[in-house]
Write a protein that binds this ligand. Structure first.
Ligand SMILES: Nc1ncnc2c1ncn2[C@@H]1O[C@H](COP(=O)(O)OP(=O)(O)OP(=O)(O)O)[C@@H](O)[C@H]1O
Length: 253
């Protein structure tokens, strides 16, 4: 978990999003993020977390529009999506896809872009075989695909990484590895993060500040430790109570 108290790299004030003609989906949401800090958005499915992230990146789906509020962003944002396979082109080898992103975002030569792409894959701990052979997404595991997607986001040299439940589609052992990889990269590269999850354990491990959303509204926000130690809103209390306790093993002390 990283905490820094510098001037905000991202500030959202009274953000409201609506589906045309006038159905409010995100209502008066506001929070701020410091450099290198990780801010968590938690809440049940449909509470508006993904739309908030998309609004930050200016990538709202067709038919949804910003109807109020201000988003002040002091750095480039890049997104890591929930479904890594869906985020990759199934018909294009992964090294080629990553090279294209580097080429367009970093304005390097073709040759330098490929070299930078291979370095990114290495940074993400992907096996050398991926770099030699032209592998397609279908030939990679879910965890490997997510590492490629993270490499693509990093190719944009983001000051803010927006993670939309990046481990939801992965099995639990891989989830942990991906979370650890993202945290290690953050320590190395220093980007700030907005991290969307419905997993409170992940939120507690990753985020210095949390915001709890319900039906498009923020019901509670604050410092993670304080919020989870002493949840004020009944909805936050309900979310915490819905986490299954790990049963105590018989005979353990
Ligand atoms: N393209 C769209 N058109 C119309 N309504 C949409 C669209 N995308 C999302 N919504 C609606 O907006 C609300 C918020 O959706 P959003 O995807 O932000 O929720 P979420 O909290 O991220 O949920 P999840 O955890 O399931 O991803 C939901 O009611 C959803 O049905």
């Amino acid at each position: 978990m990283m905490t820094t108290s510098t001037s905000p790299i991202l500030e959202i004030e009274s953000l409201s999003l609506a589906a045309k003609p006038n159905k409010i989906l995100v209502d008066n949401v506001g929070f701020s993020l410091g450099k290198g800090e990780t801010f968590g958005l938690v809440g049940e499915s449909g509470s508006g977390k993904s739309l908030t992230l998309r609004a930050i990146l200016g990538l709202l789906p067709r038919g949804i529009e910003k109807v109020g509020g201000v988003i002040k962003k002091e750095a480039t944002g890049a997104m890591v999506f929930q479904d890594p396979r869906g985020a990759l082109d199934p018909l294009c080898p992964v090294v080629k896809q990553l090279t294209e992103v580097v080429y367009y975002r970093q304005q390097l030569s073709r040759k330098a872009s490929r070299k930078a792409a291979l370095e990114l894959l290495e940074m993400l701990g992907l096996p050398a075989s991926l770099k030699d052979a032209d592998r397609y997404p279908s030939q990679l595991s879910g965890g490997q695909c997510q590492r490629v997607v993270i490499a693509m986001a990093l190719a944009c040299k983001p000051g803010i990484l927006l993670c939309d439940e990046p481990t939801t589609a992965l099995d639990v052992t891989v989830q942990r590895q991906i979370i650890e990889t993202i945290s290690a990269l953050q320590r190395e590269l220093g980007f700030a993060m907005v991290f969307v999850t419905h997993n409170l354990a992940i939120a507690a491990a990753m985020c210095s500040k949390l915001c709890v959303m319900k039906e498009g509204k923020i019901v509670e926000q604050g410092d993670t430790y304080t919020l989870l130690q002493n949840p004020q809103h009944p909805y936050t209390q309900m979310l915490m109570n819905s986490v299954l306790p790990v049963p105590e093993l018989e005979g353990s002390d």
